[in-house]
Design a protein around this ligand. Sequence first.
Ligand code: KOT
Length: 828
Amino acid sequence: SIPSESRQVWQKFGVKEFGGKEEFQQEFIRHVETTLARSMYNCDDLAAYQAASQAIRDRLIVAWNKTQQKHTTKDRKRVYYLSLEFLMGRAMDNAMLNAGIKDITKSGVADLGFKIEDLLEQEPDAALGNGGLGRLAACFIDSIASTNYPGWGYGLRYQYGIFKQRIVDGYQVESPDYWLTFSNPWEIPRYEIQIDIMFYGYTRKYTNDDGKVVHVWEGGEQVQAVAYDVPVPGYGTETTNNLRLWASKPTREFDFEKFNAGDYESSVRESQKAETISAVLYPNDNFYSGKELRLKQQYFWVAASLNDIVRRFKKTHRPWKEFPDQVAIQLNDTHPTLAVVELQRILIDMEGVEWDAAWNIVTNTFGYTNHTVLPEALEKWPVPLFTNLLPRHMEIIYEINLFFLQKVEKLFPKERDLLARVSIIEESSPQQVRMAYLAIIGSHKVNGVAELHSELIKTTIFKDFVTIYGPDKFMNVTNGITPRRWLHQANPKLSDLIASKVGSYDFLKDLNLLKKIEPFAHDPKFQDEWVTIKKFNKARLAAHIKQSNGIDVNVNALFDVQVKRIHEYKRQQMNIFGVIHRYLSIKAMTEEEKKEATPRVCIFGGKSAPGYYMAKTIIKLINAVSEVVNADADVGDLLKVVFIADYNVSKAEIIVPASDISQHISTAGTEASGTSNMKFVLNGGLILGTVDGANIEITREVGENNIFLFGHLAESVEDLRHKHRFSDVPLDPNLEKVFNAIESGTFGDPNIYVSLISSVTGSDYYLVSDDFQSYLDAQKLVDQDFKNKDTWVSRSITAVANMGFFSSDRAIDEYAESIWNVEPIAME
Ligand code: KOT
C-alpha cells in the first residue's frame, strides 16, 4: 500500500463527488473534450449522452469505492444473487434519480444546449434477460442497494442481449442485439480480475502421504473469465453495490506454433471459441433447451463467481465452518445450481475439508428460488453430456445423491418408489440430472414467488421433498418491483401528484405510505389531476404508436394492454380471439348500439422464442387482425388493434403508465407470480386477470371491487384437462364463431392458423374454451364500468393506495430476514 508520507497528497487530490450544477457542467465538458476528444462544435446528442453518463459514472464510482471499503472494514455477512439474467434496461435516468442529481444534470445539460430527454433516448437497453425472471433480478439488486444490504449480483456479460424483434408481413423477424457498439459507460472492465475456468478432461485419484484419497480433475479446455463491474446505486443512500458480469476470453491469445507455421486462421479459431461462451443470451423464457453451450455458460459463470466469493472469504482468515456466517448465495432458479457442486468440490478437493463438514457449509450457504412449475421449463441435463463436460462434478453429484438416498431410505424404509422419485438422477435413457432436485438438496431454504405458486410447488413438483424435509424448508416470498423505476421514473407526474399528498417522496423508500392517498379517492380535484395524468400518459403512448405503427388511436378510448413474452400459457391467443369476437359484434351493431359501445384500443407486445411455432402464429394472427380491423370503416374509433414491436424495458416505461386495463390471463396455476401486473396497478391501471400468481395477492390488497377476475380456479384445472382428454367437450359457441371467421379467411390465409385452432378444439391444454365465456363476461363488465368515470378513477386511486406490499424492498427484507440472515450496513 501507499507509504504514509504520500497519503496526504492522495487525500488532497482524492476525487470527490460533484455537488452542484456547475461542477457537473465542468465534468461534462471535461469528458466531451478529453474522454471523447470532441468540442462544442461537434457534440451531438450521442456524444452529450456519453459525456453526461461519464460524469455520472465517476460519481457512482466514488460512492462505489466508499461502499466497498465500508463493507470490507465492517466484515459482515454478504449476499450474492446469482442470476443468468439481469434485465436492467437503461441506466442513466436511474443513476441520476438514485444519486439525487436529476435536477442538476437536467438543468446542467439544458444550459449547454441539450434536452435531457433526448440524451436519455441515446442509451441502448441492457437487455440481458428474457422477461420476468431477469427483470426481477434487476429490481432486486436495486432494492438490495436501496435498503443498504451488502450484496452483489453475479451474471454473464452477454455481447448480444435478447434479440431485437421486427414485424415483417405480420411475422416476427429476429435480429441480433449488439448493444455494446458505442462502448458502455456503465461498466468498469476489471482486466486484472482473470479467473481460469476448465472444461472437459478427465479425473483421477490417488492416495497421498497422509493416506488420504485425493481427487484431481485435469486436462481439457481452458478459458479465462474477466470481470466487468456495473455499479448499482441505492436510492437516497450512498450505498452503491456491485453487479459483476463475467466475459469469456481465451487464455492464450494465439496458438503460437500454428501462428508461426503460417496457419493464421486456425491459430485464432480457439480464441474465438472461448469468446462464444458469453457471446449470447439464450432467448427462451420458461423453456429448457439442453444445449451444451448453455451448460458451459452456467459452469463458466458459476465457477468464476464462486472463485471470487471464496477468494474474498479467504482474505478474512476465518475457519471454513464460518463460511455460511459470512456468505449467503441465492440461486435464481436452477440455472446456477452447479454452484452447489462447485463449492463442494472446492472444499473437498482443493481445501481438504472433510465431506460432511463441507456439505454442511454448502447447504447452509445456498437458498433456491423456484420460478415456474411448467414441466417444459425444468432443467434436466443428459448424464453423458454432463460427464463429458464436467467429469469431476458428475462424480460429486453421484456422491451427493448416494448420501441423500441413504438418508431417505433410513427415514422411509418401506417406500421403495420414493427413492426413484426423488433421486437426482432420472433413470431414463439416457439418464438425466434433475437440477431442481439438486438445488433443493443443496440449499437450506426453497421458495416460490407468490402464495399460490409456493403452495403448488409443495403439493405437486416438490411434494416428496416436503415429506422428506418437513414443511419448514419451503416458504413463500412474493415478488415485488422497484417503485423507483416503475413509478417515479416511468410516471414522474403521478409520482409528483402522490408526493403532494404524502408530503414527501418518502413513499419511494417506504411504499406503504401510498396509503395516504386513499382519503382522496373521491376528492374531485385530486381525481381530476389523476385523470389528466393518465390522459397525458396515454397521449405519450399514442404518439409512440403513431410513430412506430402509423396507427392513429383515440386517447379517450379504453387502453387495454397485454405486454409480456408470447406463450401459450399466458394466453395471448385468448385475448386476440376476444378481440375478434368484439370485432364481429361491432359489425353486427346498429348505429344506435354503436353510440353506446365503449371504444377500445387493444395493445399487444412481446417476443416469441425464435423456435416457438405456436407463439409465432399468435403474433401473426394479432397483426392480421390489426390490419383488417384498423382499416374497416364500419368500426371507426370503436376498436383499434396494435402490436408494438420489440417490447423491452424502456418501452414498458412508456406503455405501463398508459393503460386503463391490463391483461394477466394465464391458465390458473401456470403463472408463478407475474410482476408486470404489479407495475400496471401501481400506475393506476386496473387488472383483468385470472385467479393466478400474484393476481391473488393483488386482489387481497386492493380489494375485490378494484380488479376484474374471471375463469376457472387452479384446483379445477386437472379435472378439466382430464375431461378434454377422455370425452368430447363442446367448443364454446362464441369461440366457434370466432374460429369460423378465421377459417373463412377474414384475416387472410386460414391455413396459417390451423394448428392454433386445433390446439383449442383438440385437447385445449390451456383451457381457452373453458374460460372463454367467463372472459367475455368480464370484458363486458369492463366496458360498462369504464363509462362511469367517477367510480373508475376512485377505484384506480384506491388500488394504487394499497400497492405498498408489492415493493421489491419488502421482498428483499423478507429474503434477508428469513433466508440470508444478513443485516443492512448504514452509510453515514
Ligand atoms: C425459466 C427458464 C428459463 C428462463 C426463464 C424461466 C422463468 C421465468 N421461469 N419463471 N419465470 C418467470 O419468473 C418471474 C419472476 O419470478 C415470474 O413472475 C413469472 O411468473 C415466471 O414465469
